[in-house]
Design a protein around this ligand. Structure first.
Ligand SMILES: [Zn+2]
Length: 610
């Protein structure tokens, strides 16, 4: 006797095998062939495709992912649409390119409630939905929780460990939460299928795999982080097998972006759009649908294809327009996928990057444009633009697409020209004008990587307490690049840690002109309060509140002022509010303030007794 889903799976199997063998229409799976199946999406943050065994890396230890590919479709050429975690995940779950969902960067954008997410669609079709995310950049406050009944975003680390670090939790803790959820669901004998998203963050820097991976990958710690995640994924797969769910679960493995690892002088990701950070794994696995591994080389897959592909295979009702395609349908000739990063502009005031990627070539619009023949130059080292200025038609096509969207400078609220006022201010602060003071958006990010390294070095020196060296490094950056908002905010932190509050406040004010953030306003408020300037203090906190009402630092600031003025009950309430609404970012500081308040009140009580 066959269960109906088994029959369906066998139908799927035969068709896939036939297609794989004949390839006549290029279809890889039948629409509806995964109807009623569970769906598990695993996004492994910062995972370069070429660091997996199944994508050809001989130094990899990724047996779990390799085995999933052996009972699945592995798309050899797959691209993300953004090298930044939140925008990229927003594209994964909406099927839209970044300008169409509007989440252009981490931290300051939120997915609109008007967006329709894959989780909402599965939820509306009767699936149980749950997400387990591992980094604060995907906290529910940024809107990706839409459609998930359970959205587990508890992070274990909270303290800022220096530049480039994020509150996160390790893969073993995430897997434990997912397996608990699966077990509870089995105990409750849930009949409906599930849609689960698991996000592992470990390959993101800093590369510090736990034992025994630290030892066995001491020369390649990034690979060690990936091996650790693979090992944790094995525990999750084992749980599905134990619960007899594996054969009925469609599993998708991908990443939000890769990692530079020094290619093009880029250490991490977000500021350039080469394949080092844009090419991602894209593996669709199920032992019944794809009994034999199939490496797909005849098409370019993209992360925006996840929504339409999973919707087609599971038979969801068609939803509103998406930019992606059902990647298991026949290949689309000449398909060009839109890529962008606004991080260079939003963070540093450098030029934004836009690109179009086809399977065998790529055009990047930048102050110095680039065009690569990927078929012969996968590493993107030989820029052909000077000889092929039409970029095989991609330049005109990109211009046409960009014309449909709001200008990135408007989105960012950044003016393209330096005002006379700004130039005068830069001069008065002692920074070189003229060539150095180029208007925002002029500098080519690929030429700015040495500056990027110097900024990060300054931050690292400061965190280690080497204040003099940090100040030298950051002043050097500001001389070279005086319109770099991020450099000014890092300079603020460096002077603050060094105890030079006047300089720190000057840097905060400059950072706020170039790249206003809630965090810098909170710092300005603190500097002003310490000077006794209550008007600036209140104004700065109001601005911080306007930009990010969930910034707990605002309440810590108010509490601090209350405590200074003897309003201890009000102070306690503010610190408790900070702890409640923003535990990840403000928890440590709020707890410290509460501890100080208790100590203060205790010592006053003692004084009274004496
Ligand atoms: Zn990421």
């Amino acid at each position: 006797m066959f269960h109906s889903s088994v029959v369906k799976a066998f139908l799927g199997l035969s068709i896939v095998t036939a297609c794989g063998a004949c390839g006549s229409d290029g279809r890889l799976a039948e629409p509806g062939s995964a109807t009623g199946m569970n769906v598990l999406i695993v996004t492994i943050d910062t995972l370069r495709a070429d660091r997996l065994g199944c994508y050809g890396h001989t130094g990899a230890r990724t047996p779990t992912i390799d085995a999933l590919a052996e009972s699945g479709l592995l798309f050899e050429q797959a691209t993300t649409v953004s090298p930044i975690t939140l925008p990229s995940h927003a594209s994964i779950f909406t099927g839209l390119v970044v300008p169409n969902h509007g989440v252009r960067h981490n931290g300051t954008f939120k997915l609109s409630p008007d967006a329709t997410t894959l989780a909402e669609r599965f939820s509306a079709s009767g699936y149980d939905t749950a997400a387990f995310v591992s980094a604060f950049v995907l906290d529910r406050r940024y809107g990706l929780n839409q459609g998930f009944t359970d959205y587990d975003d508890r992070f274990e680390t909270t303290i800022d460990a220096g530049p480039g670090s994020y509150p996160e939790r390790p893969a073993d803790a995430v897997t434990a939460r997912v397996t608990d959820w699966l077990r509870a669901r089995a105990d409750a004998r849930r009949e409906s299928p599930f849609f689960v998203w698991v996000h592992y963050f470990d390959p993101h820097g800093p590369y510090e795999p736990p034992a025994p991976f630290a030892e066995s990958f001491s020369e390649a710690p990034y690979d060690g982080e990936i091996a650790f995640v693979d090992n944790e994924l094995a525990r999750l797969i084992d749980k599905l097998r134990d619960l007899a769910l594996l054969d009925d679960t469609l599993i998708l493995i991908t990443s939000d972006h890769g990692e530079g690892l020094g290619d093009h002088d880029e250490a991490t990701h977000a500021d350039l759009i080469y394949d080092s950070t844009m090419r991602v794994p894209w593996i669709l696995s199920n032992p019944r649908l794809f009994p034999n591994g199939n490496v797909v080389r005849d098409r370019l897959a993209a992360t925006i294809d996840i929504v339409p592909t999973l919707a087609a295979l599971t038979g969801l009702e068609p939803a509103g327009p998406v930019d992606g395609i059902d990647i298991t349908a026949a290949p689309v000739a000449g398909r060009a996928v839109y890529l962008e990063t606004l991080a260079p502009l939003l963070d540093y005031g450098w030029a934004p990057l836009y690109g179009l990627r086809r399977i065998d070539d790529k055009f990047i619009q930048a102050p110095q444009p680039e065009y690569y023949d990927l078929a012969s130059d996968r590493a993107e080292l030989d820029n052909l633009y000077e000889d092929r200025k039409d970029a095989g038609g991609l330049r005109a096509e990109l211009s046409a697409r960009l014309a449909d969207w709001p200008d990135a400078f408007e989105v960012a609220g950044i003016q393209k020209e330096l005002t006379r006022d700004e130039l005068e201010r830069l001069t008065s602060l002692g920074y070189v004008t003229g060539q150095a003071a180029l208007p925002p958006g002029t500098r080519d990010p690929k030429a700015m990587m040495p500056v990027w390294h110097r900024i990060n070095e300054a931050g690292r020196l400061s965190v280690r307490g080497e204040h003099a060296g940090a100040i030298v490094a950051i002043r050097e950056v500001l001389q070279l690049d005086p319109t770099d908002g991020k450099a000014w905010s890092i300079a603020m932190q460096i002077y603050d840690r060094a105890g030079q509050s006047t300089e720190a406040e000057t840097c905060a004010r400059r950072a706020l002109q170039l790249r206003p953030t809630s965090g810098v306003w909170v710092n300005l408020a603190r500097f002003a309060l310490n000077r006794g300037d209550l008007a600036t203090f209140e104004g700065a906190l109001a601005e911080a509140q306007r930009l990010d009402p969930q910034n707990g630092g605002i309440h810590i600031g108010h509490g601090h002022a209350d405590a200074l003025q003897g309003r201890y009950d009000e102070a306690r309430k503010e610190f408790e509010t900070a702890l409640r609404i923003d535990p990840v970012r403000s928890g440590p500081a709020a707890r410290e303030q509460l501890r100080r308040l208790d100590a203060l009140l205790e010592s006053r009580a003692d004084d009274t007794k004496q």
